[in-house]
Design a protein around this ligand. Structure first.
Ligand SMILES: Nc1ncnc2c1ncn2[C@@H]1O[C@H](COP(=O)(O)OP(=O)(O)O)[C@@H](O)[C@H]1O
Ligand SMILES: [Mg+2]
Length: 344
């Protein structure tokens, strides 16, 4: 789990690379920056594109995130989320595109951007063989945080890490490791947090605590862009974007994203739901069929067509009720569409 063991191409290297150029950030270390109402967006980029070995993995992506906003970044594995986040924090140079991060030019001011963002890499990138306190002290040193010892103790207190302060990071549970990583990304008083799947594999209580903390920080004016696969976390964001295989397919509030897709969903109960699932899958207008405990959800893009297809089944062994379409159903629909579009 140590950054050194993770090797030179890992996220850990990136995490430290951000920190190493951050000596100049000392001035902002005293506290979190307050958002100024009506001020410039925290992130405002257009047409950002990146290819690896000729394969485009982030395609012409435009995104605007306001100051103080918690912005969710969702999409299947391999869709370019990490690559995009690394471009935002100055670790990777875009092949094309332009814009600003914290009002600084994405390519020209990459070094200055690094000093003002807190980046939490997808993989745990702190030192497993250092204690919690030593890890925070190390990061504070790298960033040139003034009154370092006091700043570290304040962060330990504020993140509730006190009882683990002397413990090796590698011996922490997943949830506490993530909390330590969040503390480390905050130690220099960044204005923008870029959190890459910060809660993957973390239990529900620790995830809730983590999100409470992020909201608390947003309340103090910090902006956060967070990638996640969890639908409940997506719903905790002020706005979100869905990216599939390099393309940004949709962005907005949860309500806007769900309404924008226009899916209709019916919930069936009673009878043999496995038999029902087999029967409805091939019907016209049926796009998704999914079991939820003792119910079956059937969704499709054309409400009238779906209703016509289900009509002959009503009044039989099953009851049907129209229910709100969930974010998960919308994302699966978007992903299926994206995959179809990619087929030769
Ligand atoms: N340094 C790299 N060199 C070559 N290919 C890469 C590199 N980083 C990422 N990729 C590829 O780019 C695509 C997007 O990856 P990534 O940004 O990690 O997606 P996500 O975070 O959404 O899972 C994947 O196909 C991945 O294999
Ligand atoms: Mg990733």
């Amino acid at each position: 789990m140590s950054a050194r063991a993770a090797g030179p191409t890992s996220a850990a290297t990136g995490r430290t690379a951000v920190a190493q150029t951050a000596q100049a950030s000392a001035a902002s270390a005293a506290g979190l920056q307050a958002a100024r109402p009506g001020s410039a967006p925290a992130i405002d980029v257009r047409g950002v594109t990146k290819a690896f070995s000729g394969k485009v993995v982030v395609n012409n992506l435009s995104l605007r995130v306001e100051k103080g906003e918690i912005f969710g970044f969702l999409g299947p594995n391999g869709s370019g989320k990490t690559t995009f986040i690394r471009m935002l924090c100055g670790l990777l140079r875009p092949d094309a595109g332009a814009g600003t991060c914290l009002g600084l030019d994405l390519t020209r001011d990459a070094e200055r951007i690094k000093t003002r963002v807190g980046y939490m890499a997808q993989r745990f990138s702190l030192y497993g063989d250092l204690s919690v306190r030593e890890n925070l002290d190390f990061m504070a040193r790298v960033y040139g945080v003034p009154e370092r010892r006091e700043a570290v103790e304040r962060m330990i207190d504020r993140m509730g890490l006190g009882r683990f302060a002397g413990q090796l990071a590698q011996n922490l549970s997943g949830g506490w490791k993530q909390r330590l990583a969040l503390a480390a990304s905050l130690i220099h008083g960044p204005e923008l947090l870029l959190l890459d799947e910060p809660t993957a594999g973390v239990d529900p209580k620790a995830r809730r605590d983590f999100w409470d903390e992020v909201h608390e920080l947003a309340g103090q004016g910090l902006t956060a862009l967070i990638s996640t696969h969890y639908m409940d976390e997506a719903e905790r964001c002020h706005r979100l974007a869905y990216i599939a295989y390099g393309d940004l397919l949709v962005q907005g509030t949860v309500e806007e994203v769900v309404a924008g897709r226009g899916l209709a969903t019916w919930e069936a109960t009673g009878g043999d739901l496995y038999a029902l699932a087999r029967d409805v899958r091939p019907l016209p207008g049926v796009e998704q069929v999914a079991h939820f405990g003792n119910t079956l959800h059937v969704s499709g893009p054309d409400p009238a067509l779906l209703e016509r297809s289900l009509a002959p089944l009503r009044g039989g062994a099953w009851s049907f009720a129209r229910v709100p379409t969930s974010l998960e159903e919308v994302f699966i629909s978007l992903m299926d569409q994206s995959l179809k579009g990619k087929k030769p």
